[in-house]
Design a protein around this ligand. Structure first.
Ligand code: HEC
Length: 460
């Protein structure tokens, strides 16, 4: 037992993953040679097979012993280890039996001998399989399979919007995966700690929870990565690549912010130093992008643009390389008819800015305009619009700017407007909306800027 507990035994044990390839090679080769030997018999071949089986049996026994030593250090998944160990020992025993038959120290019918070789090959594969699962995890082979579920590459780099960046999933977990999972996973729970699921990471290791939400300094995990690297307790152990200064900083920040698994960066406090790290090393943009910067549409076919131009609309792409359109009505001495407005739907997806100021727009027309799902800016000031028309606009869930100056809307319209979650700017001067009404709306949409005064022009 002394041998089993010494670090020397671990030293020997760690050669197991390398050494196992010898018995695999020898035994497969022996079985193959025997297979071909039964077609073309030769004395030399028999001698060679015997020699190969001697090497195979000896190396299988040594590999099994080394594996036993390695398993003593613990931390492996119990059931995988059980199968790997006993299948491996099975290979060792059966290869000795095969050797004895080949050497004619033991007599068995030919068929049984052949069956035995077949069983050895199958056991070799099964043993190897469980060994692989223990070191690489169960999904190692299939992870990048073209048939199964693969890691979505696109998912990894959508860092351009702080709302879509989940701090744990996109920043912290990949670090742990790279530097820690090796010893803290489904099959290997060093220190009793498994990190590959959030539940288990929260649960902690032999010493209890390793994360104290909101307190990096009291968290075992943080303590382990900030110790003096020569300490035995420093993580990662075993001379593995350390976490960098910035990585440690980010983990500390994440724990201090509550060690939440689902929070986006927009929901967290970002101190200056963390902000610099995220922007420089992770190319994270902390400025929230507008809808048109994150969504994209197909370009509007030329003939459809043409049909709108004939009606008196003019349009231009929002920016080069962006197919969203900025549309306005521009026919001298005329205003659009209800039919003209309905025609806008040929560019239903593309229209994102729409300027129909002072064009005799009615409530009924707003019902059509509300069918433009990507509308982010709507200028309908100085039109005979009432609360009834505004009720239609509830559908415009991406609307960010709405100009209603010089319309007939009252406080009653605000119940519809409060249902526009992305609204950032609302122009209400020269309407019937009261300051109290505006304040009530502001309480419901705190980020909304409401312009009531005369000082702001209608240009928005
Ligand atoms: C090479 C293997 C290895 C790697 C890689 C590794 N650890 Fe460990 N870890 C261990 C071993 C072995 C133990 C148990 C001995 C001990 O507590 O020091 C342990 C224990 C721990 C514990 C204490 C668990 C408890 O409750 O006792 C924490 C926390 C920990 N590791 C965190 C980490 C973190 C964080 C990383 C990645 C930065 C990491 N480990 C990487 C091997 C490793």
């Amino acid at each position: 037992m002394l041998l089993l507990e010494s670090s020397f035994s671990l030293f020997i044990g760690r050669f197991h993953p390398v050494f196992v390839h010898l018995p695999i090679g020898f035994l497969l080769l022996g079985a193959l040679m025997e297979f071909f030997n039964s077609r073309v018999r030769s004395k030399n071949m028999d001698a060679a097979i015997l020699f190969t089986f001697k090497l195979g049996a000896a190396s299988a026994v040594i590999a099994a012993f080394m594996g036993w030593l390695l398993a003593e250090q613990g931390g492996y998944n119990e059931s995988h280890l059980f199968w790997h160990k006993w299948l491996g020992i099975g290979v060792g025993i059966l290869s000795i039996v095969a050797l004895f038959i080949k050497g004619e120290w033991l007599n068995l019918p030919k068929v049984l001998y052949k069956t035995l070789l077949g069983i050895i090959v199958v056991l070799l594969m099964a043993t190897g399989h469980f060994g692989g699962v223990m070191t690489h995890g169960a999904t190692y082979l299939t992870e990048y399979s073209p048939f199964g579920e693969t890691k979505k590459v696109a998912e990894q780099q959508e860092f351009n919007n702080p709302d879509s960046l989940i701090v744990y999933r996109d920043i912290i977990q990949p670090m742990l995966e790279k530097r820690c999972y090796e010893c803290h996973n489904a099959d290997k729970a060093n220190g009793g700690l498994q990190m590959h699921t959030t539940e288990l990471l929260s649960k902690g290791g032999d010493g209890g929870p390793v994360l104290v939400n909101g307190k990096a300094m009291d968290s075992e995990l943080f303590e382990r990565i900030t110790k003096d690297p020569i300490s035995k307790k420093f993580m990662p152990t075993g001379g593995k690549t350390h976490l960098g200064y910035e990585e440690v900083k980010l983990i500390g920040w994440w724990i201090n912010e509550g060690a939440a698994y689902e929070k986006s960066i927009a929901e967290m406090n970002v101190p200056k130093e963390v902000k610099t790290i995220l922007e420089n090393s992770y190319k994270v943009s902390l400025v929230k992008k507008s809808y048109v910067e994150t969504a994209s549409v197909e370009p509007l076919p030329a003939d459809r643009m043409e049909s709108l131009t004939t009606l008196g609309f003019t349009g231009a792409p929002l920016a080069s390389g962006n197919n969203f359109l900025d549309i306005r009505y521009n026919k001298l001495g005329a205003t659009p008819s209800a039919a003209d407005i309905e025609k806008l739907l040929v560019a239903k997806e593309q229209i994102t800015w729409l300027n129909l100021a002072n064009q005799n727009i009615t409530d009924a027309m707003l019902a059509k305009i509300a069918e433009l799902p990507n509308l982010t800016r709507l200028q309908i000031q100085q039109n005979p619009i009432t609360d009834a028309g505004i009720a239609n606009l509830e559908k415009l869930q991406n609307l960010e700017t709405l100009n209603l100056y010089g319309t007939q809307v009252t406080d009653a319209a605000l119940t519809s407007i409060e249902k526009l979650p992305n609204l950032k700017k609302l122009f209400l001067w020269q309407t019937q909306v009261t300051p109290e009404g505006a304040e009530g709306l502001k309480a419901k949409l705190p980020k909304l800027v409401i312009v009531m005064g005369q000082s702001v022009t209608s240009k928005s």
